[in-house]
Design a protein around this ligand. Structure first.
Ligand code: MF3
Ligand code: CO
Length: 247
């Protein structure tokens, strides 16, 4: 369970700061024609120059430091020198950094050039859903409270919430209990407590919620080929608004 002692919060803040810096520097280079491998190299360099290790590199055999997932790719896209960003693409970048014994984990989705209005609405909705989930993640509320507000918000906009991938506790390990689904029923599940570190990360699709994994054994895509967006923050639960470590 990702319970962080008070003396360790500054370590979590440091890992979160590095993840944010990596995301921001990657966003600054995303434009038509850049390869996903180049985007990854920018994020990886930030993490390493800050004296951290990329949390994802080698995790269950994942071969890169960053996940770059475009359009119908939901998460875990493997960077490639031959995959180039095109006009109108939705590009999701996901970064993790490990330093002083603690992980940070966050993701953003950006649009390139002139995306469709529906794609823009999808991206806006995933950030808002994440932030509503974060506001609900306070001591005394439950895991189900968080998932239900996210699901309700996303489905009201006409989009769907991925079921088979969820947020998670985080701390000395990248993935710790509890699982944090982006769907569910209010009042159900574990009660949240002060000091619990969570990665809240809705993945939402224009079409159906079903996904499948490509033959590279990593890239998760929507089953119906529809666009998908992902946004993630690492937070620490408290009695009021959580502390957002990757803002
Ligand atoms: N943010 C993702 C996660 O929490 C990234 C994991 S990619 C992996 O789960 F390579 F590390 F698996
Ligand atoms: Co995560």
């Amino acid at each position: 369970m990702g319970i962080i002692a008070d003396r360790d919060i500054r370590m979590m803040k440091e890992s979160g700061r590095i993840v944010r810096k990596a995301l921001n520097e990657m966003k600054a280079v995303i434009e038509v024609g850049v390869s996903t491998a180049f985007i990854e190299s920018v994020g990886r360099k930030v993490i390493e120059d800050e004296g951290a290790a990329p949390s994802f590199l080698g995790y269950n055999g994942y071969p890169a430091a960053i996940c770059v997932s475009i359009n119908d790719e939901v998460v875990h896209g493997i960077p490639s020198r031959t995959r180039k960003v095109n006009d109108g693409d939705l590009v999701s970048i996901d970064a993790g950094a490990f330093k002083n014994g603690f992980h940070g984990d966050a993701a953003d989705t950006v649009t390139v050039g002139l995306p469709s209005p529906l794609a823009l609405l999808l991206v806006k909705t995933v950030y808002e859903a994440r932030d509503i989930g974060i506001e609900t993640a306070r001591a005394g509320n439950t895991i189900g409270d968080v998932g239900s507000v996210i699901q309700k918000y996303v489905e009201e906009k006409g989009f769907s919430v991925v079921r088979s991938l969820v947020g998670h506790g985080i701390g000395r390990k990248l993935h710790e209990p509890p699982q944090v689904p982006n769907f569910g029923r209010s009042g159900r599940g574990m009660k949240l407590t002060d000091g619990l570190a969570l990665a809240i990360e809705p993945m939402i699709n224009i079409g159906g919620y079903r996904v499948r994994t490509l033959h590279d054994n990593w890239t998760v895509v929507t089953a119906d080929g529809s666009l998908s967006a992902h946004a993630e923050h690492t937070i620490i639960v408290s009695t009021g608004s959580p502390l957002i470590l990757t803002a």
